[in-house]
Write a protein that binds this ligand. Structure first.
Ligand code: HEM
Length: 142
């Protein structure tokens, strides 16, 4: 039985999980070649890259695969082990916007997600704060 086409979600317009994967790969390539932000990340970029793919897929309207595996995102808390200053937040946003543009995401969809991403990235700044810096690894947070 055929159903009427459902209204597309942001995730559909990003090209589904494949599209999100392309954006995150492109973003990480940019991070890798930009020392001021590369130095914030651990030596092995792969685990974080896979988590970002799962998180974004969920955040854009997909299945909650990230939360099923790791619990509540608690992004600010999860970033405490990494010293993030305003410059790093600006670079994160710049590289993410460039990655989305490069991967063919529509400009109006990019603007929609950046209305939230902009605030979220600035909220992650913790460089001058006395926060717990111990690694959290794959901890499941509630
Ligand atoms: C403000 C600039 C940001 C910097 C410098 C930054 C940096 C990092 C670093 C260093 C990690 C750890 C990677 C690892 O464990 O291998 C990480 C993880 C992560 N970041 Fe960010 N991040 C930023 C903003 C954001 C934003 C805005 C989001 C949300 C869209 C985000 C989503 C994530 C997710 C989901 C993880 C994996 C968390 C986990 O489960 O361990 N980050 N980020």
């Amino acid at each position: 039985m055929s159903e009427p086409a459902p209204t597309s979600t942001l995730l559909d317009r990003f090209g589904g999980r494949e599209g999100v994967s392309r954006v995150v790969e492109d973003f990480y390539r940019r991070v890798e070649s930009d020392p001021p932000i590369r130095n914030v990340y651990p030596a092995d970029l792969e685990p974080g890259k896979e988590k970002l793919k799962l998180f974004l897929e969920q955040w854009l309207g997909g299945e909650p695969v990230y939360s099923n595996a790791y619990g509540h995102p608690r992004l600010r808390r999860r970033h405490f082990p990494f010293v993030i200053d305003e410059q790093a937040a600006e670079l994160w946003l710049k590289h993410m916007r460039a990655a989305m543009t490069d991967c063919g995401v529509r400009e109006d969809d990019i603007d929609t997600v950046f209305q939230r991403l902009d605030t979220l990235a600035r909220h992650m700044v913790n460089a001058n704060e006395d926060v717990p810096r111990e690694p959290l690894g794959d901890a499941r947070l509630e």
